[in-house]
Design a protein around this ligand. Structure first.
Ligand code: MSP
Length: 510
């Protein structure tokens, strides 16, 4: 297959003031599923993640930990890199905002904005939240706190400002030109009404702390951490070298996936910065919802802070990935509970998909000499099942284009259900005596169905899918989506001994 259509996808870059948790794992796993899907579907994908290492919050956290900001960020950035390995993430790059390639690019962008008259020096007086690294208007405060509940402090300093107020119409035109730029719809509406309400110029430098990228020509100032951070999406594709093959292939990004809390930075400030510098804004920004844990907001003080490692150690990687993507519509909030994970794991994975695979592989092993059976003529019932799985790619793709992971998985599991009903109806174990020819046709139909389900399952549960495809004797070179139609199972292929792909989760009696 020729992988020539580029697709650039990003996660937010994670603050290093805290170690990785369920929320970070969520965004990263969703992007990974999307990146894997697009690769298998023939795209040349660049999948970027990384860490956001500057700012007052990080400087404070380092001080509390008694180490220098650089030592601190090295350590926590390492923990995020470990998280990508732990979760089987297929990122092509991992950017740190303390890297020279990034610092150079941020300063170049600053100079470009300055050259174009988009920046001026002024005086800021207003509220700032270190936790959110965000400025707030008096009118936005709720009971003296940020709308997010974070503490705010009064700030008066000399700051550089970006002329955001001048970008209102062009931002609205950008949202209008493409109805899918900001998704889901609720977030799009929120962003549009924020912009329609009028934009104020944005403070983009700070003077009261040091841990940041110095403003070119005025090193008393460091660049506002959100401007610094957002620019990672272009420094990772070699900005300021806009003529490089990397930049011209991958910019503008096809999608920035973010949490709902940071949609304003991505859908308002970022496109404005880009357009002001003469660059194209991203094609799409998707904001997902937030998880609570057992009904409560996740926080260290409530002792319900879930490190990804704890999840993977308890349930295994594929079940965690499946749960995160299947449980909630990707734009909605929802609750993470042990009971819900075990339910999905034992019902959808072990009982439905796992059992289907196990039944079919064991029957083939016992009754067909451990080789792919030779089918006779396919009956209408066989063709109906094969058609159902064949048309899945189109259905799943349509959902993935909208980041509706849960619907993609639901559609796949409907076919798993059909296949299980087909096994019950056809009862191949009984056919082994009465009609071995028909048994071989039925088992072939099932094996081929499993192959196609296994191919489609790869972006979501990569290890289990690989294990299933291995057991069906599918060559590793025949696993992209073109193989769905082009490379059916060859009768006579010798198969390894069956092994369960999704073991049941057994509760610890203790
Ligand atoms: N550093 C900024 C992003 C800069 S991107 C140019 C940042 N970092 S963060 O580490 O605080 O958050 C990263 C992501 O984790 C956000 O998209 C946020 O929505 C997500 N989550 C944090 N807690 C979460 C939940 N409890 N549930 C789901 N996602 C959550 O913001």
């Amino acid at each position: 297959m020729t992988a020539d259509r580029p697709f650039f996808i990003t996660t937010p870059i994670y603050y290093v003031n805290d170690t990785p948790h369920l929320g970070h794992a969520y965004t990263t796993v969703a992007c990974d599923a999307l990146a894997r899907f697009m690769r298998l579907d023939g795209y040349r994908v660049k999948f970027l993640t990384g860490t956001d290492e500057h700012g007052q919050k990080v400087e404070q956290s380092a001080r509390l930990a008694g180490v220098s900001p650089q030592q601190f960020t090295d350590r926590i950035s390492g923990a995020f890199r470990d998280m990508t390995r732990l979760l089987g993430i297929s990122n092509d790059d991992f950017i740190r905002t303390t890297e020279p390639r990034h610092i150079r690019g941020v300063q170049a962008l600053w100079q470009e904005l300055e050259r174009r008259g988009e920046i001026y020096l002024g005086r800021f007086a207003g509220w700032y939240s270190v936790r959110d690294e965000a400025f707030y208007d008096e009118a936005e405060l709720v009971d003296g706190k940020a709308p997010t509940g974070a503490d705010v402090e009064w700030l008066e300093e000399e700051n550089y400002f970006f002329r955001l107020s001048a970008w209102q119409d062009r931002l609205l035109a950008y949202y209008d030109a493409n109805s899918v730029t900001v998704a889901p719809r609720s977030r799009r509406n929120e962003v549009i009404s924020f912009v329609k309400a009028g934009l104020r110029d944005l403070s983009i430098s700070r003077t009261s702390f040091r841990w940041g990228i110095p403003v070119p020509g005025n090193p008393d100032h460091v660049i506002y951490v959100w401007l610094d951070a957002l620019v990672n999406y272009i420094t990772a594709v070699e900005y300021p070298d806009t003529r490089s093959p990397e930049f011209s292939t991958f910019w503008p990004a096809d999608i920035h996936v973010v949490g709902k809390d940071i949609v304003r930075f991505h859908a308002v400030y970022w496109p404005a910065f880009l357009m002001a510098a003469g660059l194209d804004p991203p094609r799409r920004i998707f904001a997902h919802g937030w998880w609570t844990v057992e009904g409560q907001k996740m926080s260290k003080s409530l002792n319900n802070f879930i490190p990804p490692k704890q999840l993977v150690d308890t349930y295994g990687l594929d079940p965690v990935r499946y749960f995160l993507l299947r449980e909630l519509p990707f734009g909605s909030d929802g609750d993470f509970s042990h009971r819900a994970v075990v339910g999905r794991l034992n019902d959808d994975l072990a009982n439905d998909f796992g059992n289907l695979a196990q039944r079919v592989l064991v029957l083939i092993n016992r009754n067909c000499g451990g080789t792919v059976p030779d089918p006779g003529e396919l009956a209408a019932r066989d063709l109906a099942l094969l058609d159902a799985v064949q048309s899945l790619l189109g259905t799943v793709r349509a959902h993935i284009v909208e980041q509706s992971f849960h619907l993609a998985l639901e559609a796949m599991w409907r076919v798993v259900g059909e296949a299980n009903r087909y096994v019950d109806e056809q009862a191949p174990w009984a056919l082994s005596r009465s009609d071995p020819g028909r048994m071989r046709t039925v088992l072939y139909t099932l094996a081929e169905t499993l192959r196609r389900l296994g191919l489609l399952a790869q972006p979501f549960v990569p290890s289990a899918a690989a294990k299933l495809l291995d057991q069906l004797g599918v060559a590793t070179t025949a696993r992209d989506f073109s193989a769905l139609t082009e490379a059916p199972l060859a009768a006579g292929t010798r198969l390894p001994k069956p092994e369960p792909i999704f073991p049941r989760f057994v509760e610890d009696a203790a």
